[in-house]
Ligand binder design. Sequence first.
Ligand SMILES: *Cc1c(COP(=O)(O)O)cnc(C)c1O
Length: 384
Amino acid sequence: MTGSRPLDVTSTEHEAAASETAILTIDLDALLANYRRLCELAAPAECAAVVKADAYGLGLAQAAPALARAGCKTFFVATLGEAKALRKLAPHATIYVLAGLMPGTAELFRERDLRPVLNSAEEIKEWASFSASKGETLPCAVHIDSGMNRLGLSAEEVDAVANARDLWAALKLSLVMSHLACADEPRHPKSEAQRKAFDRLRARLPKALASLANSAGILLGPNYAYDLVRPGIALYGGKPHRQGANPFQPVVHLKGRILQVRNVAAGETVGYGATRTLKAPSRVAIVSVGYADGLFRSLSTKDGEEGLVVYTGSHAAPILGRVSMDLITVDVTHVPEKVSRRGQWVELIGPNVSAQEFAHHAGTIDYEVLTNLGRRAYRRYIGG
Ligand SMILES: *Cc1c(COP(=O)(O)O)cnc(C)c1O
């Protein structure tokens, strides 16, 4: 995989307590390398960091301070609760809350110097009147819907508020943003249509910094960068575009431990539901991770299906049969016994098993893989 650095497996094994059965390593150096790469790609635009959902499951408490130390000044979270946690970790950062302004929460934003991303004319009015009541012009972003039909002001709503001078005078519009629906498909015509709609609509609003690109949008080129970019998944080693190589380094490494290895005769079945019948005599390793650790149950295989290929040392071994809560079964028939015996580690996500490949076998995307890593594995942060 491009840009991957092999981790020192032996030191991982050495450092983990002997009792650990799963290790989740988060490589903060790789996170920061990805951040610097995104800064270069987006320059001269500012590169913010999207750290919603506990930094995509990797740990806000570790990721946010590391990014702030690396020079990141602007952060986006989804919820006010996430913003409160982030404020403690990054006292001087600019923090935007994508969920916007829920009724009755304006004072919570003000107290902690947080900025709502206002999603409707109603929210804009509420923020403006709250600001006026405090005798302050409080900062905020406005989200324009440029064609995704999810959050943000419609074209009609932009028209309705565009000329409301009193409204705009009462607050400080620090950012106008929109979000791309199809940026992961580089040739999709929707991105360009959204970019044009964004330009048309933001021209009607007071002058402010502009932001359109998520990770995939940054890779669409400089036309999409505007003043500020908002990458999430690329920071965490995800693959923004469907085609081509991943220009970002893997950040997450998940390993599980072999608890037992058994010889199973041809014709026998493996695991719950007896979904997998062995065609030949096999060596089957029972590995100590399951759906409670983010190994989606949809990684299960039945007869005729190819399982996700995981690694013991440098040896490939496919998942067999059903994934259960705490266990998976792996075919190690062709793996030398010295790397496939009780106590050995199996790589489930890492340099050999990308989060995208993992996601593909589970019928999902790397975003969902990362945000579902679970809390049971022993977490280890390196670098940063
Ligand atoms: C989550 C999110 C992002 C980050 O998207 P990635 O695809 O992870 O880079 C950017 N902008 C908005 C509005 C988002 O909700």
